[in-house]
Write a new protein. Structure first.
Length: 280
């Protein structure tokens, strides 16, 4: 990836993070930690990789994206808003009773959302369904799904994985956001799904391990997935929960808590400084 493209994506990731903080602060609720950890991935997919068109959100041959960890909706909304699906200003209405931007993605109300999600473990099954449709249509589009590492403790994830491998759904790429924290603590403290790469490999996936904040590694993984002709791909991303906001990084209490006013200003000052450093 050339330096100019990488810088543009880095700028976009900061803007996505700003949208996450803006939304959760104004909502006084939400899930910032696991939203912040996927900003680089979303900026790469939505601003470089996926075949999508904000002016035609339902175009037939578009690539599909499923946020299986639906509580990270603030990240998806921020990516969609910055991509032009709806006004960035609307991020401030997150979780308001009269807003279309509810706490989990709703495909019936939010432009650019391909699947409603929220019940953990279920979104990836929908992604598998999209991938099967793509295969039956001659690999017409690609399908991307993001799962939380705590989410893969759900049994339905592995039923979906078994089916995807059995049907050779090579248009499917699942990303596991492996930040090692879920709502009640570390994965080991709750119900360890480790070793994650070996599990997906045993289920018949092409497995790639990356730093989920490194654009070169993200791009290499996506291209390797596209080159794999007979298997779905699982990309296991090592990430930092709360990435980009100093006091949220690797702090489990920011899984599902919104910043208060002073915390909001600290976060936005840090993100504005990061943005200024990239655009100076």
């Amino acid at each position: 990836m050339d330096a100019s493209t990488k810088k543009q994506l880095e700028v976009t990731a900061v803007k996505i993070r700003m949208g996450i903080i803006e939304g959760t602060y104004n909502a006084k609720s939400g899930h910032p930690g696991g939203s912040l950890s996927i900003a680089e991935l979303l900026s790469y997919l939505y601003f470089k990789e996926m075949n999508i068109d904000p002016a035609d959100p339902k175009k037939e041959d578009r690539d599909r994206f499923v946020l299986s960890k639906g509580h990270a909706a603030p990240a998806l909304y921020a990516a969609l808003a910055n991509r032009g699906y709806f006004p960035v200003e609307d991020l401030k209405t997150l979780r308001k009773s009269d807003s279309y931007l509810q706490g989990h993605p709703n495909m019936n109300h939010v432009p650019g959302v391909d699947m409603s999600t929220g019940s953990l473990g279920q979104g990836v099954s929908a992604a598998v369904g999209f991938a099967l449709a793509s295969k039956l249509q001659g690999d017409k589009f690609r399908v991307y799904a993001v799962l939380g590492d705590g989410e893969i403790e759900e049994g339905q994830v592995w039923e979906a994985a078994m089916f995807a491998a059995a049907k050779h759904l090579n248009t499917l790429t699942v990303f596991v956001d492996n930040n090692n924290l879920q709502i009640d603590g570390t994965l080991e403290e709750v119900n360890s799904p480790y070793p994650i790469p070996e599990k997906f490999a045993a289920f018949g996936f092409n497995v790639i391990e990356i730093d989920g904040h490194d654009y070169d590694q993200i791009e290499a993984a996506v291209q390797a997935a596209k080159a794999c002709a007979d298997k779905p791909t699982a990309v296991i991303m090592k990430t930092v929960k709360g990435k980009g906001v100093s006091y949220m990084e690797n702090a489990v209490n920011w899984h599902g808590a919104a910043p208060k006013e002073e915390q909001y200003h600290i976060a936005m000052d840090e993100l504005n400084a990061a943005l200024n450093a990239l655009t100076a």
